[in-house]
Design a protein around this ligand. Sequence first.
Ligand SMILES: [Zn+2]
Length: 637
Amino acid sequence: MNPIQCRRLSLTPILLTLGLAGAATAIATEEGDRIREAMIEVPVEERVFNDHITILSSPWMGGRLPGTPGMEYARDYVIYWYEQAGLEPGMFDAQTGERSWKQAFELGSKTEFRDQSLVVDGTNGEVVFDLGADFEFTGLGGDGEIEGEMVFVGYSIDDGNDDYQSFEEDTDLTGKIAVMLRFEPMDETGNSLWNDRRWSRKSTFASKFGALEKRNPAGVILINPPGADDPRSGELMRGTSKVIDDVPVFMMTPDAGESLAAACDPKGRSLLELRKLADQGTTLVEFEGSVAAAGAIERTPSFAENVLGVLPGRGELKDEYIVIGGHLDHLGMGEFGSRRGSGNLHPGADDNASGAAALMMLGESLRRSYDALPEDMPLRSIMFAAFDAEESGLNGSRYYVDNPPHEIDDVALMINFDMIGRVNEQGLSVTGVDTGEGMREWAQPFFDECGLEIVLKEGMRGGGSDHASFYRKGIPVLFAICADFHDDYHTPDDTPDQIYRTAGVKTVKLFHELALDAAKRPEKFAFGTGDSNSDSGSARAPGPARPRALRVRLGIRSRQLADDAGLEVVNVTADSTADKGGIQPGDIIKKWDKNPMKSRAELVSRLAELSPGDEVQVLVERDGEERIVFLKMLAPK
Ligand SMILES: [Zn+2]
């Protein structure tokens, strides 16, 4: 069913209760005020669900990107409703005795670049380059002031194909500034000489700066080469991660590089001519003249904050917890993780204003249920956690499980909502019923009663949200998400008008019942792995899935990096899943479905969970910049 049909359908009962029918319906609807009429008729819970989502996804919230004012407004909004619900601040400082709503944690750093300058004193006069237009001082290396002679080093490649070498055996750049071209030797069309379609691994910054570092330069000027067939050659980089220690790295446009060559090449060659020399092999050219350049980098840590409210328990169960979570953050203006690029508001109505709405509603409804229960009835405490920075890799929930405001072993159950605003006749997907022994049997009657089509997911597939952080700690989880994964996901079209309010509220009510019952049960569920097919029942320690035939093929060869830094892609098979998704040799896979990716064994066990057609969001680092690629899994050929 398309959304338009559905909206018409959902109005039908309202019109019937108004006593309108047949042809008169259409006329009355047109003459009346349809939104007003609908809002008067609709149950109050649906209005509340609607209001929370509409407000959280309004432009005022700016797409709720961590570190922005919009995210701050969103947190204040949640705190307001936690207070209205009568929850208590979830953070407790044991030293001062103070309570607070926010749990702050470090999330990367803000980098400021200052005092940048680049002046070349060549045989043909002085050239002062313009910051931003001609050059940028980058985060690829260190900072400081440099001054010295320049050496053009071509592409800075050791041991390329066909015995290609940029350097001579004894090249020593001590005290000199290396002038280097980006990418690798190219043909007339500006494409790699060595690879059919994309650049080879020799073109990566890791490889090129590695070759340079051995020759000990005092600084680097990196130039986007003229004629390269790569959109990145039109951009200057700045805020990148480091690829070389202590050596300041400046980056230049092809035009600026042209002026540099005109001022300094001893034979008066153009940059394009120098590039063509470098396309053929060794190209060391001692430029005439010198360069003076400077730049300062100041890094200050950035913080994100989880919003935590607690409903205190009673009696002997008081120190145990049910954690109900849902992430509050989204993609801002699409700066990160968008499937359609940046520049437009990403409202994130379904992802995950809908889950945050559920948190606020459950805070209120569960507090009321607690008030109505006998005072001597033992009840677990319930922690309502609006997590921050989920989209960039489950950061808020990971911090929470490592630094919980209570003992982590005291969490009896974690419930996570992520995208419950698009639950339609395809149903509500629930993952994790086998992560606690007996949980499936316990939950089934609630599922039967809730009036929704419940789609139980086997195993822990769909682990790309905050419940994964709790599961990794050996805590039983239930994860709710719409079964009909929509195309508006991570686009500006994830708007409030598309939300299914009735099913959303049924979802909230279902989890009210589940959470309340879980809070009363005398015993905790023993942890299981979520694999209902396991021979030994469901209780197994968390770990990689048992080997089985993969139903999908990624199409890369990879190398595990030291210090859990990720997997470096060595090779990409043509027309494979990885190739079609845009993964390139030299990319470092850092996160898979928002979870850290550390080993090849882990990759294989993740692949074992997938079927053809499944989509996975992967965080890769390419030439010092992190980017998200979306992989649509293909079957092995
Ligand atoms: Zn989400």
